[in-house]
Unconditional design. Structure first.
Length: 491
């Protein structure tokens, strides 16, 4: 129990080279599956512990912070870690059949190694208490993501991966420069130390420049509008397993990093008052909601449609942070959790369609309600959560977001949030119309549902969308508690 904080990262990290050494698809998959489920179990126990006892600290090598590197897990970190590990555990169950079809056989073991490195990097970001260590884990996950995206049979995945690499490298460089500037002014990299020392030097141009570099760098990793151009192609052309995992976790961890730096390390007073980040985030969040949703309406490829939808959903999260209130930040943190559920379910379901049909365009989706009824029903329910229809999880976070805007008298912003949901209704309806009101293509062959190992993770996430829409004590309770810690009761 004392070492769970480090084992949750070390187990998937060390399992990656094991997959390469095994160099066979079935043993590599089993290794990945065991590592993911072990980390999920550890994350559940860690969240229960920090919820009851407060933040957990783990000093690597016995060197106490700030001299040594410290893993520190609080409720926010445990909350995001649970999202990452839960999605990873379900994706690994789903992956076996999908990967065997989409990845060349001689690359499968290396593919699982790359996926485990992505997982380990994202988990590491949520548990580390050291700013430079956060950058290191970010690069581990990013570099492995570039490799995993490029391994599919579609050659367009190579150009998508290269575009992601270029944009990701720029973002990582900005983050590193920002961390370097903070170290130059404070002499520490420990996040708790940084939060204590920064107020004394917050008026300096170096700190303000570091803040700007960090915000833009994290914005690139987050795919915040207009820094989102890498995301649609990366999601559309990556193997289905990679798309589902990244869509449900990577941008959520970037939101976590933004919350950690902006609200905890720099503090609300500096970030959202002395610096005008609150107005910038509200403005860019609204632009992301409207532009992402509008572009999604005109997409024919369903993975690209959902990719642009993710740009819009990220807009909801940063809008909540920009409101700089307990209700707004609660909505943002809640949407991190709920969006992971809905996008995980939708992209896994599209992966099941691709496994049986071979493509996921609107043309191939015609008549899918008759051909793959269970998979199509999962997509429709996930789409309802994406719109924000009660009693789904998506409704809960959008409800809190609208409440946050109305608390501050921002009626126009509230109306634009609702308009974004209306646009989501339009592109989700296109799926429903194609699946249930159009006949299958003339040359469509009869197909069976995807294997049970692919459907079970899909329906687990669909069921979670409905459960957390009906029973909100855990999700809203944790999100509200974190928001009070970050913003304060007077926010």
């Amino acid at each position: 129990m004392d070492h769970l904080a480090v084992l949750v990262v070390i187990v998937p990290l060390m399992s990656a080279p094991v997959c390469v050494l095994l160099d066979r698809s079935r043993p590599a998959w089993l290794t990945s599956l065991v590592a993911a489920w072990f980390s999920f179990g550890a994350a559940v126990m860690l969240l229960l512990r920090v919820s009851a006892e407060g933040p957990l600290r783990y000093s690597l090598g016995g060197w106490e912070a700030p001299w040594g590197i410290e893993f520190r897990i609080d409720v926010l970190g445990g909350y995001v870690l649970l999202i990452v590990t839960a999605v990873a555990a379900l994706v690994m169950v789903f992956a076996r059949h999908s990967v065997e079809q989409e990845i060349p056989h001689d690359r499968i073991a290396r593919f699982y190694a790359a996926l485990l490195l992505v997982f380990a990097g994202l988990a590491g970001i949520t548990v580390t208490g050291d700013a430079f260590n956060l950058f290191v884990f970010l690069e581990i996950s990013s570099l492995a993501s570039y490799a995993a995206i490029s391994m599919g049979r579609d050659r367009r995945a190579l150009s998508a991966s290269f575009q992601y690499l270029v944009m990701g490298t720029i973002g990582a460089t900005f983050i590193l420069i920002g961390i370097g500037m903070l170290y130059m002014m404070t002499g520490t990299l420990n996040m708790i130390d940084l939060a204590a020392r920064l107020p004394e030097v917050s008026d300096s141009r170096t700190v303000r420049a570091g803040f700007a570099f960090l915000t833009v760098g994290i914005g690139l990793k987050l795919a915040l509008f207009p820094l989102h151009l890498w995301l649609p192609n990366a999601y559309a052309y990556a193997p289905s397993t990679v798309t589902a995992f990244l869509a449900a976790t990577a941008t959520k961890v970037a939101v976590y990093a933004l919350l950690r730096f902006v609200l905890e390390i720099f503090g609300v007073e500096f970030s959202l008052h002395a610096m005008p980040l609150d107005r910038i985030l509200v403005f860019l969040g609204l632009l992301g909601i409207l532009s992402g949703s509008l572009v999604a309406v005109f997409q024919r490829d369903l993975k690209r449609m959902l990719a642009y939808s993710s740009v819009a959903q990220i807009g909801y999260m940063v809008l909540g942070i920009g409101l700089a209130s307990v209700t707004g930040v609660t909505a943002a943190i809640l949407h991190v959790f709920n969006h992971a559920l809905m996008k995980g379910a939708l992209f896994l379901a599209l992966g099941a369609v691709a496994y049986r049909v071979g493509a996921v365009t609107l043309r191939e989706f015609a008549g899918m309600g008759q051909r793959l009824p269970w998979t199509t029903a999962a997509i429709v329910l996930g789409g309802l959560s994406l719109i924000g229809v009660p009693p789904t999880a998506g409704f809960v976070s959008k409800w809190y977001l609208v409440l946050g805007t109305l608390e501050q008298g921002l009626w126009l912003v509230a109306m634009l949030v609702l308009f974004g949901s209306l646009l989501a209704l339009i592109y989700v309806w296109k799926l429903v119309e194609a699946a249930y009101f159009k006949p299958p293509p003339a040359n469509a062959a009869a197909v069976a549902e995807a294997p049970l190992s692919m459907l079970v993770p899909v329906w687990t996430l669909v069921a979670a969308n409905i459960y957390f829409g009906l029973y909100t004590d855990v999700s809203v309770g944790l999100a509200s508690r974190v928001a009070h810690d970050l913003v304060g009761g007077g926010g």
